[in-house]
Design a binder for this molecule. Sequence first.
Ligand code: SF4
Ligand code: SF4
Ligand code: SF4
Length: 318
Amino acid sequence: MTDHLLSGPEPDPAGDAGHVGAPERVGFFTDTSVCIGCKACEVACKEWNALPEDGLSLSGMSYDNTQELGASTWRHVAFIEQDGPALPVPAPEGRTELPLAGGDGATGRDTTGQASGEQGGMRWLMSSDVCKHCTHAACLDVCPTGSLFRTEFGTVVVQEDICNGCGYCVPACPYGVIEQRPSDGRAFKCTLCYDRLGAGQEPACAKACPTESIQFGPLDELRERAALRVDQLHEAGIADARLYGHDPEDGVGGDGAFFLLLDEPEVYGLPPDPVVTTRDLPAMWKHAGAAALSLAGGLLASFALPALARNARGRGSR
Ligand code: SF4
Ligand code: SF4
Ligand code: SF4
């Protein structure tokens, strides 16, 4: 049965979109605590999808040279420099610790490569951002051509040959992910490598990531793995570790691409409490309908009823 829900928990987005016998929903768990900022993911995405160069514009504030997601940047590795020492981050369970340049991880570079402690008194937060493949994707809800669609894997894809360049999807995205290419106005974003998934391969960015910061797989499995990793970091004293976008009860029904962060989402340029922008459409239509009915009633009372009364008086005087 298809419900076409606009908000709230949605256990089967692919089924809701009409896919019968769809495979398990897949997605990304990006563990930013092990990202070393190598940008292999950005490069792999560019290469696999033949994305054009979009200008190397160093901000002068950071090593970040792509700065944000856009029509030609479907993966963006954010670099955030912060004052204060970094805590040594343990490697995920079952993984080998990387050699520590500074010896104990608290005085040099920790296992994630984040500069820390006595060497400059700062730490780097690095995070590879991407389209969230929302459970309730407003970009898709507002697309008038069907260019944006939900795949059988539960992901959200935009088809460049159907996009008419109307740009409705751009303000609809609560994360500011999708963008129109200035040269022709068509919208582009990560497809979660739909072509590779169809061939049984993992997405190019996850394949290229040397530290497994980007993990691809069935979403339920990733959520379990992520919960264990947060527990591990809390036990290691990293109290600020938290998951972002993993909760099916949140404003977008949970993201297909969710993250483990080491600070507030705003620090990474992520909205703290995103809500699918089409959530309130049914209520808005209800209010608009009620307003239209009141207007029609007002017009009836102002013009039609007096005219009827005049007609009745005219007939009475004959
Ligand atoms: S993050 Fe934005 S572009 Fe990606 S699926 Fe969600 S609404 Fe669409
Ligand atoms: S899943 Fe594919 S399209 Fe999306 S960011 Fe990774 S490489 Fe690029
Ligand atoms: S997510 Fe992986 S590939 Fe991308 S910058 Fe971080 S470590 Fe490198």
